[in-house]
Design a protein around this ligand. Structure first.
Ligand SMILES: Nc1ncnc2c1ncn2[C@@H]1O[C@H](COP(=O)(O)OP(=O)(O)O)[C@@H](O)[C@H]1O
Ligand SMILES: [Mg+2]
Length: 290
């Protein structure tokens, strides 16, 4: 019997949807003849005893999940997410650079260093990419440090805040849409697809509005109802990062699709996979096929 380690933390379990998804994952692994073991950060030393590791806790190149992933890799244990994917997806400059190198379609994107922050340079960005512009702090996640700015003063206000955390910021053309496609890819193949509907009070799939967090709606979409070029773009974007599990965010404006982000550790607990009953079977098979 092979042992699957499912790496979780207190935060993962504090949410009932997440908990149900994890229990489902465990049941699937057991039905497939494996044993499933939840591992918390204090159990990190048990990783070498596992035959595969599935990380279901927030990944960050600076936190314990990265150490868990590295540990698995060092012991030759198949792991999702692998350390390279965590590192690439945890830094938007690194992630977009991988996509650009493979010619994956993106909104117009510029990396600005602290020293590039002049009024002339910013004015030129508005001329080249239009208004509004999107500014991202490279280590952002959950839409936390992604802002829309409409003029030079607003640009500097946000840029100064972000540049305290990073030597670089990402500036991007704003792409209008009412929802993001989320294309789930595993091992270079489509795993699931859904729509994240953007709340009307914001432009992001999740935001703090007047002190309240608003979340996107989630709608699973069967493969035959997803535009094929969106699926292909998701696969191409995922392949530019690696061979693991990714959630690719895509905007498809007038049929002109572009990638907004590739996420490692994509969430599966909000009904993303409702039309795809074999997501966990595929993940477990993928881990044990290596
Ligand atoms: N260029 C853009 N144009 C329009 N909306 C964007 C753009 N970039 C990001 N967004 C919106 O902001 C959200 C957060 O951006 P994202 O790059 O995914 O950062 P994070 O890693 O913090 O989630 C996205 O889901 C998308 O809805
Ligand atoms: Mg995102």
């Amino acid at each position: 019997m092979s042992k699957l380690g499912i790496f979780v933390d207190r935060k993962t379990l504090s949410n009932s949807e997440q908990l149900n998804a994890l229990i489902h994952c465990r049941d699937v692994a057991e039905e497939m003849g494996h044993s499933a073991n939840f591992l918390f950060p204090v159990d990190i030393n048990k990783i070498p005893k596992m035959d595969a590791l599935f990380i279901r806790a927030r990944t960050d190149p600076m936190n314990v999940t990265y150490v868990a992933s590295r540990m698995a890799e060092m012991h030759g244990i198949p792991v999702i997410d692998d350390p390279q994917s965590i590192q690439i997806c945890g830094d938007k400059i690194n992630m977009y650079s991988h996509l650009q190198k493979k010619g994956v379609s993106l909104p117009k994107t510029v990396f600005l260093s602290k020293n590039d922050l002049s009024v002339e340079r910013v004015a030129r960005l508005f001329d080249d990419m239009g208004s509004p512009l999107i500014i991202k702090e490279p280590s952002t996640s959950f839409s936390l440090r992604v802002e829309k700015v409409t003029d030079i003063a607003e640009f500097f206000h946000v840029a100064h805040r972000f540049i305290k955390m990073s030597d670089w910021i990402v500036v991007q053309q704003f792409v209008q849409s009412t929802y993001d496609w989320r294309v789930g890819v595993l091992g270079g193949e489509l795993l699931y697809a859904c729509k994240y509907t953007i709340p009307s009070v914001t432009f992001k799939i999740q935001a703090s509005v007047n002190g309240h967090i608003v979340y996107c709606g989630v709608e699973s979409v069967p493969e035959n109802a997803v535009p094929p070029h969106v699926i292909q773009l998701g696969i191409d974007a995922a392949k530019a990062i690696g061979t693991g599990l990714y959630g690719v965010d895509i905007k498809n404006n007038n049929g002109d699709a572009c990638v907004i982000e590739v996420n490692d550790n994509p969430s599966l607990e909000s009904g993303e996979d409702a039309d795809y009953p074999f997501v966990y079977e595929k993940i477990v098979s993928h881990l044990f096929a290596k």
